[in-house]
Design a protein around this ligand. Structure first.
Ligand SMILES: Cc1ncc(C[n+]2csc(CCOP(=O)(O)OP(=O)(O)O)c2C)c(N)n1
Ligand code: SF4
Length: 296
């Protein structure tokens, strides 16, 4: 068993999942490739990895990669991932979803996962719309965006997800672009190595329902920031200044080394509720055997 595992880990194909049903050209392919490469380059076993997702095109990602998976309900992916991580700290917990899922229905969960600093990695494929339900506006769609449900233009002002997680207390915050897999892979690797809540917002074009936010649009408008900044305030003001110039900030904005939630809770990085249950079950088994033995 050991030998097969060692051999397989040397081949990126070990992460190969089911055939995707995404539209050809979907930005989410770039995220999937970057994630597989990051896991492979860090030698992280798919057997120790759990990928949790919500609902949406982007949330289908765990089907397309070989690892343990939990495809949960819309917007509740961070809550489920928190439970998985607290049950077994040894697992490498990655969370993947969309902007509607994570910033709309699940927006409140982002704030609390960030301030808790739970050691999970959250990758949001941000296409600035709800794609699975055919292109309604999402919390990141721009003001005035015209769609079937907003024929006179959206009257909602968009949120800036990285500013949100930064101000909530996230200890790793970055934004990538799915058209630049090389950089995105590096951001994911840095997040996987970071011990704490890591949020990566990824500009991931939907080629079917959002022609305005195309690969070319992002290539022309993104600006790589000189991060990670040494303070949360500096990261926040650099992001704001970049938006003010009419550019979309990308890069690793902020990394802060501080105790993650599980360490504060259990006092150790090794404590596992699952292992504890197993031990207690063994003890119970012993007691039952003793009881049976005494009765004999
Ligand atoms: C509680 C609930 N409300 C609404 C829906 C319908 N629904 C399914 S996916 C989705 C939005 C998906 O958008 P996003 O998270 O941005 O992912 P994308 O499809 O764009 O990748 C919605 C509203 C649902 N499944 N469950
Ligand atoms: S509808 Fe958009 S987000 Fe969904 S698979 Fe197609 S291109 Fe990707």
């Amino acid at each position: 068993m050991e030998k097969i595992l060692d051999f397989e880990i040397k081949n990126i194909k070990i992460y190969e999942g089911k055939k995707s049903t995404w539209c050809p050209g979907c930005g989410d392919f770039g995220v999937l490739t970057a994630l597989k490469q990051a896991l492979f380059e860090l030698g992280i076993s798919p057997f120790d990895t759990v990928i949790v997702s919500g609902i949406g095109c982007s949330s289908k990602l765990p089907d397309y990669i070989n690892a343990n998976a939990f495809h949960t309900i819309h917007g509740r992916l961070l809550a489920v991932a928190t439970g998985v991580k607290l049950a077994n700290q040894k697992l490498n917990v990655i969370v993947t979803g969309g902007d509607g899922d994570g910033y709309g229905i699940g927006g409140n969960h982002l704030i609390h996962a960030a301030r808790r600093n739970i050691n999970i990695k959250y990758i949001v494929m941000n296409n600035e719309i709800y794609a699975l339900t055919k292109g309604q506006v999402s919390p990141t769609s721009p003001y005035g965006f015209v769609r079937g449900t907003t024929p006179y233009g959206s009257k909602d002002r968009p949120i800036e997800p990285c500013l949100l997680s930064l101000s909530a207390g996230a200890t790793f915050v970055a934004r990538g672009f799915s058209g630049d897999i090389k950089s995105l892979k590096e951001y994911i690797k840095a997040a996987l190595k970071h011990k704490g809540f890591s949020h990566i917002d990824v500009l991931s074009p939907c080629v079917t329902y959002n022609e305005e936010y195309s690969y070319d649009y992002f290539r022309e408008n993104i600006e790589l920031l000189d991060g990670p900044y040494s303070s949360r305030e500096e990261a926040i003001s650099s992001i704001i200044n970049t938006w003010k110039k009419g550019k979309i900030p990308v890069g690793i904005f902020y990394i802060e080394e501080s105790n993650h939630y599980e360490l504060s809770l259990f006092g150790s990085e090794d404590y596992s509720i699952v292992e504890e249950f197993k031990k207690q079950r063994e003890l119970k088994k012993e007691e039952i055997l003793e009881l049976i033995f005494d009765k004999k």
